[in-house]
Design a protein around this ligand. Sequence first.
Ligand code: MG
Ligand code: MG
Length: 262
Amino acid sequence: MVYCKTEEEIELIKESSLLVGKTLAEIARHIRPGVKTIFLDQLAEQFIRDHGAKPGFKGYNGFPYTLCISVNDQVVHGMPGERELKDGDIVSIDCGTLKNGYYGDSAYTFAVGHVNSGVAELMERTKQSLYLGIGQAVAGNRVGDIGFAVQSYVESYGYSVVRDLVGHGLGRKLHEKPEVPNYGKRGSGIKLLEGMVLAVEPMINLGTRRVIQENDGWTIRTADGSCSAHYEHDIVVRKGHAEILSTFDYIEEVLNREKQNG
Ligand code: MG
Ligand code: MG
């Protein structure tokens, strides 16, 4: 069953999604070589609780942390810990919040110091593919139109789309129907209706699309050790356009300020 949300529900999901964006911006201020990923997790949990919400991932299926922090060849679901970020790493940070009974869920991949140009391009194009996918999330299209837009764009650069993990509906539950794959055929899958709220989240690899799970039972990494990038927005399907409920604006303000300060 796919639920279409009321405007009141959409407003609450937006509030939760915006808090995720603010949390990720708070984290962005602390991403630098030498920082431990567990420190970022603690910061995020405090920030979310200080804003009257709960971490959306903590306790979800037994996941013990607030953030999923996935470095380099880790695709998603990385566990925060004693690992220190190093210059040249990329780090995908996925965050969820639960506020007033509704979830927000958004992710962003950050460069740590200076990353090589091939990896920087992977990040930029993965983010671009997210917006191309969102552009197809309009009433009357089908879910396969989103996946087709993502896949055709990233594959034109020789990247690959992770198949084992997909986007999803979102609302009172963190994961609702429908599944939103980042690959697919135009005009295939369920029809998109006004008021459907979806988390669109391409996971794109420099090398093979194949992934493996680490022994911790959570972390997903690329099978060939190549880097992977991940960006995620929460959106609502509208007539003629998709409205983005989450935001990267707070994050990018921080990143631009840091760039200006050298
Ligand atoms: Mg997420
Ligand atoms: Mg998600």
